[in-house]
Design a binder for this molecule. Structure first.
Ligand SMILES: Cc1ncc(COP(=O)(O)O)c(C=O)c1O
Length: 386
């Protein structure tokens, strides 16, 4: 049941959700039928009509337009990449940073975001980490900004405890202090509405195998085209403003495209992009706001049950600061993961417990099954924390 959409109909599109209690969308979404259909169409076209490639590329552009609409930006601000890591590396290396410049990040943020920036240390760029607290907003960053600070990079939602940081206030601070702002939305996208312009980010990076429902291997990069000093580190024919008609590469005319294509390298992951077109249609039909609200309701239900069992939630509890769909339960993963697996419940081990993460297809029945298993085993949290 959902107050927000017909979740039973949505659930039918995810056969895996019928076979097990799937509470692991923060790791990888199960395949949905419309996504599978889009990949099958690509395969059939490849087998029977060898494309043609122009049809496949038209679909790439349609998907690019859908991604742009989804993020509230224009299509020429969207590049397709391989995954979040690639998006963050492209972003980090496009920043005009020099030795002595400083980038701020949050300690314990996802390594696929952090290493892209830590690698800039080779250029003499300094990376400083703020402590991770339950709430991170502009005020958290302000005391750390000095005359050498050039950029802030962070995740919108944390993978390991479901914090949802106040990126709008941080974006406003970056605009005021003239800092580049780079946001990893991998754990937010598809569940938390994202308005890249309201965030005022220079770059937003993501993969697509969680809330966007696509198999692994496709990433996205939004680039604010107003920041046109940000140029690609790598170059391919597709990244150029003008590709020579005779396809002979010459030393002149290396100007990058005026669109986010400047950050794209070579041929696309066509089946995954086509799949993304189908999943975005699905998400837009339900409404990302509705998905968010449904997941919040599931989270409220989970928290109430955990309270009854006197089991602590590791991350933030209130809706203002928590992600709708990611909850870490204070149960030692080494003792509990195998038990859940044997009982047909898929969750993830995390730094501080067991991560329960919802997708658009989950229902309170899934939560109740998890709680029943915890009750049956009859063990409370091993931690005495509040
Ligand atoms: C915040 C965050 N960033 C990035 C990733 C993944 O990075 P990539 O898309 O490069 O595999 C994850 C999870 O896998 C994540 O939770």
């Amino acid at each position: 049941m959902s107050r927000h959409y017909d979740v039973d109909a949505v659930r039918k599109e995810f056969p895996a959700a019928e076979r097990m209690v799937y509470l692991d969308s923060g790791f990888q979404a199960p395949l949905a039928r419309p996504v599978k259909a889009a990949i099958e169409l690509f395969l059939r076209e490849g087998l029977e009509t060898a494309g043609p490639k122009s049809v496949w590329l038209d679909r790439v552009e349609q998907t690019r337009a859908k991604v742009a609409r989804f993020l509230g930006v224009s299509a020429d601000e969207i590049a397709f990449t391989k995954n979040t890591s690639e998006s963050m590396n492209i972003a980090a290396n496009a920043l005009p940073l020099r030795a002595g410049d400083n980038v701020l990040m949050i300690h314990g943020d996802h390594p696929n975001n952090a290493y892209a920036f830590l690698n800039l240390q080779k250029k003499g760029v300094q990376v400083d980490f703020l402590p991770m607290t339950e709430v991170v907003n502009a005020e958290s960053f302000l005391p750390h900004i000095d005359e050498n600070t050039r950029a802030i990079s962070m995740s919108h939602v944390t993978f390991h405890a479901g914090h949802r940081f106040d990126i709008e206030s941080i974006g406003a601070l970056c605009a005021e202090k003239k800092l580049y702002f780079i946001v990893d939305v991998m754990q937010a996208i598809g569940v938390v509405p994202i308005d890249a312009k309201a965030i005022r980010a220079s770059f937003v990076g993501s993969g697509s195998h969680k809330g966007l429902l696509v198999p692994q291997g496709l990433g996205l990069l939004y680039w604010d085209k107003a920041v046109n000093e940000l140029e690609p580190t790598y170059l391919a024919a597709a990244s150029l403003a003008a590709i020579p008609t005779d396809l002979i590469a010459r030393p002149e005319n290396l100007m990058p495209a005026s669109s986010a294509r400047r950050f794209e390298l070579g041929n696309f992951n066509l089946p995954a992009i086509h799949a993304l077109g189908a999943s975005l249609d699905m998400i837009e039909q339900i409404g990302v706001q509705n998905i968010q609200n449904h997941c919040f309701d599931l989270g409220d239900h989970l928290i109430a049950q955990l309270d009854e069992l006197d089991i602590r939630l590791v991350g933030p509890r209130d809706r203002q600061h928590r992600a709708p769909h990611i909850y870490v339960v204070d149960l030692p993963a080494a003792e509990w993961l195998g038990y859940f697996e044997e009982s047909g419940v898929r969750v993830s081990p995390e730094r501080d417990g067991i991560r329960v993460s919802f997708g658009m297809f989950n229902t309170t029945t899934d939560v109740d099954r998890l709680i029943e298993l915890i009750r049956r085993r009859g063990r409370k949290t091993s931690s005495k924390a509040a």
